[in-house]
Design a protein around this ligand. Sequence first.
Ligand SMILES: Cc1ncc(COP(=O)(O)O)c(C=O)c1O
Length: 390
Amino acid sequence: MSKNKPIADRMHHINPFYVMDILAQAKKLEASGHDVIHLEVGEPDFATPEAVKLAAKQAIDEDKTYYTAATGLPELRAKIAQYYKSRLDAEVAAENIVITPGASGALQLALSVVVNPGQNVLMADPGYPCNRHFVRLLEGKAKTINVGPETAYQLTAALIDKHWDNKTTAVLIASPSNPTGTLIDFEEMSKIIEVVKKHQGVLLVDEIYQGLVYEQKDFTAASMSRDIFVINSFSKFFSMTGWRLGWMIVPDNYIPGVDKLAQNLFLAASSISQYAACSAFEQGSLTLLDAQRDQLQLRRDFLIKGLVAMGFEIPVIPGGAFYIYANVSRFTNDSFGFSQQLLERAHVAITPGLDFGSHEPHLHVRFAYTQNIQSLQQALDRIGDFLLTL
Ligand SMILES: Cc1ncc(COP(=O)(O)O)c(C=O)c1O
């Protein structure tokens, strides 16, 4: 292959995940016989519910393997609408729900129908890294806003108002957030909806970690406005990362645009995954998933207690998702090196802050508590021993 083939300029602005370096290193260690505890991966260790697996097998046996409508299977859209009503007391019409290949597909569709070249989208730093790249692919700009413990690492209506400029077209928020696990409460969410409306912009709310909310009452921004995009997925609460299935609630005026773009970009989400996901809302599956959520809460409390006792700073208790975003300035000002050494010497894999933006990444790391308590205890023991060597 020629080295001189042209590569698009935008490719210089798309960063890889640094955690992949950590993962590759972890795999090497495992290949040479070491037992690595994985706290770096952003996916639950729980298996997909049995009912979903059975429904997938049945869909294959019944040859339900053809393209579906680009907006998704009508019965799945109806089940999701019903789920909003029964679990979250939100009236969402099935016609406004579009099934996508993961929240990733939903984010790409939503941003594509909103962002023009040269326009900017406000988002929090630290935040989910792919969002910056999605906007870059559209020749727009992610205008990141530094956030810290004082706003629970979240954008607020006041911050949005302050940073809005004449190129801003949209705001993208996530609650609970990756990497911090922190939430935007109901009151602040209504203020955010108002301020975006005032500026005649578009609000996109990523609720991919919905269902994984601990002390506070879970709610959806979809219950507060019909003019916003709400993004969700089967990946996290439903333990279905590999099925590549998500959805999005789309405001009326954007439905035709999203539909035609989905036809062009994806044709449809996986039919087998869609038929399978219809069983995710059965009471048996939901009871199991709720019990898993309770386990995650116990793990969170366990890990936070252990980490704080060792000197990690966790100024805001994460109210959801399965992440702890910890300040490591007591030990280092190079969180990437710290993560590498922790892996090499103690065989515990975590994610350095570098993956989530440019606001103090060197002082932060993310722990994903996607392992059982026994493994978390072992991880804490190893981290404790490692810190003694610094
Ligand atoms: C905040 C957030 N949004 C979107 C995604 C994409 O998820 P998926 O495409 O698996 O639904 C992730 C994955 O980790 C995430 O953390």
